[in-house]
Ligand binder design. Structure first.
Ligand code: ADP
Ligand code: F6P
Length: 319
């Protein structure tokens, strides 16, 4: 059985990562497995930034956002020689297997390490909810609630000034944050890469809304689709709505994890260690209809993410 495990967080941080680290640590200690925290993701793995954890190490972090192990983007890890050097560092302290908490890029690193003989299990830690074959990723629910909070505030001022308010949210190429927040806040228009960007449709929807005597409007849009400040100017001309654009930015990644994220992170952390105890590697932990399962990373990364069935149709029904 595996005797020593490392845990790291990689890529963009996500609320709930600390709860996952805590669960991994506690289950290891309960099973008599040595557990090292690896600072700064794959960079720390390469540089040997290891901290041996005991039962005190992960106290009082379950409710804290970010990742107390710190995270990093370390493109050098794509180089097999750099990964070899990381494996040498792990050997020095006896780390035999790894739990990697991160997004799809981090999963790729975990798969490559597994192929080089170090069993790795991925846990989906990203606010974007952009990993295939899992209903939710850790951090999505917290980020969603942060956006909802922001949109509720924007609605106050948007209504007071009878304006159209555009809010750009994160998600990389995944529209889940935009679509869920847009539904939760009654947005007039939700634009994501999945729904497509059709400026005429946006303007037609806002004009229809105006014709129905609505005095203000909210548009939620996923990042990387268009320049929202320029879009605001065009909407203003085409609809007569005075329009303001907002980019919510990195505050979406911070804050106390919601209960849902803490529970998901805890259950996934336990599952990851159980899989390593079974001698498995190259898997990632997913939640599928409420069940926590291990799936092959290679297959998961080969799949296209399926958006919640019917969600875009529901959005359109309320326009
Ligand atoms: P995320 O994990 O959130 O998708 P990134 O795409 O930035 O974030 O990936 C996080 C880290 O994973 C990268 O900085 C790099 O260290 C590692 N990584 C990404 N792609 C690869 C790859 N093809 N091979 C090895 N490591 C990778
Ligand atoms: O993957 C999480 C995420 O916050 C994305 O939503 C966003 O596109 C990206 O990371 C931002 O990355 P950075 O923190 O490097 O600016």
């Amino acid at each position: 059985m595996v005797k020593c495990i490392g845990v790291l967080t990689s890529g963009g941080d996500a609320p709930g990562m600390n709860a996952a680290i805590r669960a991994v640590t506690r289950i290891c200690l309960n099973k008599g497995i040595k557990i090292y925290g690896v600072r700064l993701g794959y960079k720390g793995l390469h540089d040997g930034e290891f901290i041996e954890f005991d039962s005190h190490s992960t106290r009082n972090i379950i409710n804290i956002g970010g990742t107390f192990l710190k995270s990093a983007r370390f493109p050098e890890f794509k180089d097999p020689k750099v990964r070899e050097e990381a494996i040498e560092q792990m050997k020095k302290v006896g780390i035999e297997a790894l739990v990697v908490i991160g997004g799809d890029g981090s999963y790729t690193g975990a798969l490559k390490l597994t192929e080089m003989g170090v069993n790795c299990i991925g846990i989906p830690g990203t606010i974007d909810n952009d990993i295939p074959d899992t209903d939710y990723t850790i951090g999505f629910d917290t980020a969603l609630n942060t956006i909802v909070d922001a949109l509720d505030k924007l609605r106050d001022t948007s209504a007071s000034h009878q304006r159209c308010t555009i809010l750009e949210v994160m998600g990389r190429r995944c529209g889940d944050l935009a679509v869920h927040a847009g539904i939760a806040c009654g947005a007039e228009m939700i634009v994501t890469s999945e729904s497509g960007f059709d400026e005429e449709e946006i303007i037609a929807t806002l004009n229809k809304s105006k014709a129905a005597d609505k005095k203000h409007a909210i548009v939620v849009i996923t990042e990387h689709i268009t320049d929202v400040n320029e879009l605001a100017k065009r909407i203003e001309i085409a609809t007569g709505f005075e329009t303001r654009a907002n980019v919510l930015g990195h505050m979406q990644r911070g804050g106390r994890p919601t209960a849902q994220d803490r529970v998901l992170a805890t259950r996934m952390g336990i599952k990851a260690v159980e899989l390593l105890i079974e001698g498995k590697g190259g898997l990632c932990v997913s939640t599928v209809k409420g069940e926590i399962v291990g799936l092959p990373i290679q297959e998961v990364l080969g799949h296209r993410r399926v958006v919640n069935e019917g969600i875009y149709e529901d959005v359109i029904k309320l326009r």
